[in-house]
Design a protein around this ligand. Structure first.
Ligand SMILES: C[S@@+](CC[C@H](N)C(=O)[O-])C[C@H]1O[C@@H](n2cnc3c(N)ncnc32)[C@H](O)[C@@H]1O
Ligand SMILES: O=C(O)C(=O)C[C@]1(C(=O)O)C=C[C@@H](O)C=C1
Length: 243
């Protein structure tokens, strides 16, 4: 199934419906995320490097909200610890169908189990690496602490959570500037003003971004020993939380 250029918001839409990870989005997702998230490729590569560093023999590496499996594949290419298993979970059938169809066979690399489930319901166990790459922002805020607590409990000593999110800023001028610069980034990637504004409306009340301060205090409340940003490009950041 070839992936196409994202033009979902290119024409005026009478009514803008809430953003969903449906067939239409899954069909264009690699192009959409690459042109929408500044630094996406760098983050995916680094997830592979971090999985190489943190994976422990006989452990599970989770990709929560895996979409088409970019982070799972980056981890698979870098894990050298024996008997690891990658568990990739998403609740979008449209995404997982395409992930399975495009998964290159590699019998010498860790197996990837692909599960269709809500990440708020799955058991996390014997984990050395857990990835939430632009997924927590779509989980209702009231459910975020419980999810992070379950991840923390499922991590082995020495385990890591890689949490990438669109950020919000407490300072009003910072917030306005970073959003403006993100929109400039999207224009540079070929999106029109109409595409940018219609997508923004579709994401309203669906993608709920929070500040780094909120993320860090929640991670600490969930049990993590420390949490730091290792990458940021405007209002998109990736954090490392250590057990
Ligand atoms: C922005 S995409 C993630 C991109 C992907 N991690 C990557 O690195 O390419 C967010 C994904 O999270 C999934 N998702 C959102 N909420 C979820 C939930 N409660 N349970 C499972 N998957 C969820 C969506 O279906 C979507 O595929
Ligand atoms: O396009 C935007 O403005 C975004 O916020 C980017 C974003 C994300 O951060 O997940 C939103 C939805 C799509 O899944 C791809 C990227």
């Amino acid at each position: 199934m070839p992936f196409k250029k994202d033009s979902l918001y290119a024409n005026p839409l009478g009514e803008i419906t809430s953003f969903k990870f449906d067939d239409a989005v899954a069909n264009v997702f690699p192009d959409m995320i690459q042109r929408s998230v500044p630094g996406y490729s760098a983050i995916i590569s680094a997830i592979g490097l971090l999985a190489g560093r943190f994976s422990q023999p006989g452990s599970n590496c989770y990709d929560l909200g895996c979409s088409l499996g970019a982070a799972s594949l980056a981890m698979r290419a870098r894990i050298t610890a024996a008997d690891c298993r990658i568990v990739a979970i998403d609740n979008s059938e449209a995404m997982l169908e395409r992930f399975k169809q495009n998964l290159p066979a590699n019998s010498s690399a860790p197996p990837i189990d692909i599960l269709c489930a809500d990440i708020r319901d799955v058991v996390i166990e014997r984990a050395s690496v857990v990835v939430l790459n632009f997924t927590l922002q779509f989980v209702p805020p009231a459910d975020r602490l419980a999810l992070l607590e379950r991840i923390y409990r499922g991590l082995l000593p020495g385990g890591v959570l890689i949490l990438s999110e669109k950020l919000a800023f407490e300072d009003v001028r910072q917030q306005a500037l970073q959003v403006e610069m993100h929109h400039h980034f999207k224009k540079m990637q070929g999106y029109s003003d109409l595409e940018i504004s219609q997508k923004r409306s579709a994401l309203e009340n669906v993608l709920l971004a929070e500040s780094f301060r909120t993320h860090r205090s929640r991670l600490v409340a969930a049990g993590f020993a420390s949490a730091e940003i290792w990458f940021q490009y405007f209002n998109f950041a990736s954090m490392i939380a250590l057990k």
